[in-house]
Design a protein around this ligand. Structure first.
Ligand SMILES: Nc1ncnc2c1ncn2[C@@H]1O[C@H](COP(=O)(O)OP(=O)(O)OP(=O)(O)O)[C@@H](O)[C@H]1O
Ligand SMILES: [Mg+2]
Length: 375
C-alpha cells in the first residue's frame, strides 16, 4: 500500500506563497505528473513530499503514515533531481549503493541490489565507471537506479530529462515508464513539458500560481480542459471573444463573435459552468478539429499567412477578421492553402469549448504563448 496524499499543503517564503493549499491523492502504483509554468510551485511540492522542505501548513501521508515531520531518509522515497546529482568521486556502482549504505544494508545484499538496479536501467556493464565518463542520458539512468535501488514506497522525479536532447528524452521517457510499470511504483513526476506529461502519466495535475488548476487523465485534460488556462497550456488552442446571445437548453448556446464582422456560432456547453445571455465568453477550438469549406459549421474566413510542414501534417497560421491569430492543422496529402489566400474554416458545435471571459484574459494573444511554435 503506497498511496501518497497531500492534504492542504502550503509553503511560503516570507511574503512569497510558493504553494497555496494543494490537495492531491496519488493511488498505489499510479503515475501522476505535476505540469506547469516555471515558478508555479512544482519543485516545492515535490521536495515537501521528499522531506527536503517543511510545509508551512498541511500534512503529507505516504502509505497511510503521516510523514509530515519525518526526515527525508525516514520517508522511503526515491528522488531524481533535475540537475545531475551524482557524486563525482564515486563510481556508478558506489553512487547507486549510497542509499543502501545509509540504510545499513549488508554488503552482499547491497551488491545484489545494485547489480539489479543497474540492469534495470540497462547499465549493467557500467558499474566501474565514474560519472564524468558517462553521457548525460546515462547519468540520469544512474540517478534513476540510485532512486529505485532502495525500493522506495514512492518515486519522485523532478524534471529528470530536461537537460537531454529531444530524441534521448523520448527514449528515456519510455524507459522510465517501463521501469515504473514493471515495479508498480507510485510515482510523482514534475515537468513543464506538456507532451512529456501526456505521454507518461495516468493523471496530470496542471499547476498555476501554487495551486492545482485541474487534475485529470491526459485525454480528459486535452478534450475537456476546465479553464482556458489549462486549454492553453495543454496542446494548441484557438481563442475568440464572443457574447452569449441565447441559451436554448442547458446544453446549447448561440454566440456572437466580437469583431468587425460578427458571426453567429453555436456551442454545446458540456462543461460544468453555465453561461447566461449577455455574458462575454472565450470560445476555444482545437486546430486539428477544423472543418474546411463553405459548408463548414460555425464558419469563419481566415487569411493564410504561413504554412509549416510538421511531418504528418501542416500547421497553417493566419488571422480571422479582426486580426485574431488562428491556427489550423491539416493532414499531409490533402490540399494545402497558399500563403495570402483566404480559407473557409469551421468547427462542429460539439468541438467548440466555452470559458468565462475573465478566466484568463489574454485570449487575443493565445497563439503567441504556445510552446514549440515554429517561428
Ligand atoms: N528558497 C526559496 N526562497 C524564496 N522563494 C523561493 C524559494 N524556493 C522557491 N521559491 C519561489 O517559490 C516559487 C515556486 O518555486 P518552485 O521551485 O517550486 O517552482 P517550479 O514550478 O519548480 O519552477 P521551475 O519550472 O522553474 O523549476 C517561485 O516563485 C520561487 O521563486
Ligand atoms: Mg522546479
Amino acid at each position: 500500500m503506497s498511496r501518497v496524499e497531500l492534504n492542504g499543503i502550503s509553503k511560503s517564503y516570507g511574503t512569497t506563497a510558493a504553494v497555496r493549499g494543494v490537495d492531491l491523492a496519488v493511488s498505489d502504483g499510479e503515475f501522476v505528473t505535476l505540469l506547469g509554468a516555471s515558478g508555479c510551485g512544482k519543485t516545492t511540492c515535490l521536495r515537501m513530499v521528499a522531506g527536503f522542505i517543511a510545509p508551512s501548513a498541511g500534512s503529507i501521508l505516504i502509505g497511510g503514515r503521516d510523514v509530515t515531520r519525518l526526515a527525508p531518509n525516514r520517508r522511503d522515497t526515491g528522488m531524481v533531481f533535475q540537475h545531475y546529482a551524482l557524486f563525482p568521486h564515486m563510481t556508478v556502482a558506489e553512487n547507486v549503493a549510497f542509499g543502501l549504505k545509509v540504510r545499513r544494508v549488508g554488503a552482499a545484499e547491497a551488491h545484489r541490489r545494485v547489480a539489479g538496479a543497474l540492469e534495470l536501467v540497462r547499465l549493467g556493464d557500467y558499474g566501474g565507471r565514474f560519472p564524468a565518463q558517462l553521457s548525460g542520458g546515462q547519468r540520469q539512468r544512474v540517478a534513476l537506479a540510485r532512486a529505485i535501488v532502495i525500493e522506495p514506497t514512492a518515486l519522485l522525479l523532478d524534471e529528470p530529462l530536461s537537460a537531454l536532447d529531444s530524441r534521448l528524452r523520448e527514449e528515456l521517457q519510455l524507459e522510465i515508464k517501463r521501469i515504473q510499470q514493471g515495479l508498480g511504483i507510485t510515482t510523482i513526476f514534475v515537468t513543464h513539458d506538456q507532451s512529456e506529461a501526456l505521454t507518461l502519466s495516468d493523471r496530470v495535475a496542471v499547476m498555476r500560481d501554487g495551486l492545482i488548476e485541474q487534475i485529470d487523465s491526459p485525454a480528459a485534460l486535452y478534450r475537456r480542459p476546465a479553464t482556458s488556462y489549462v486549454a492553453r497550456f495543454v496542446g494548441r488552442m484557438n481563442f475568440l471573444d464572443a457574447v452569449v446571445t441565447a441559451r436554448s437548453s442547458q446544453e446549447q448556446y448561440e454566440l456572437r463573435l466580437e469583431g468587425p464582422d460578427p458571426q453567429v456560432f453555436h456551442a454545446l456547453g458540456r462543461q460544468s459552468a453555465a453561461f447566461v445571455p449577455g455574458e462575454r465568453v472565450a470560445v476555444a477550438m482545437r486546430p486539428e478539429l477544423v472543418q474546411l469549406g463553405s459548408e463548414a459549421p460555425n464558419r469563419l474566413r481566415m487569411s493564410v499567412e504561413k504554412a509549416a510542414f510538421l511531418g504528418s501534417r501542416w500547421l497553417i497560421h493566419g488571422r480571422a477578421g479582426g486580426g485574431t491569430a488562428i491556427f489550423v492543422e491539416l493532414p499531409d496529402g490533402g490540399p494545402i492553402p497558399s500563403v495570402g489566400s483566404a480559407l473557409d474554416i469551421g468547427w462542429r458545435a460539439e468541438d467548440v469549448l466555452l470559458f468565462r471571459h475573465d478566466d484568463d484574459t489574454r485570449s487575443a494573444s493565445a497563439g503567441a504563448i504556445l510552446q514549440g511554435e515554429p517561428a
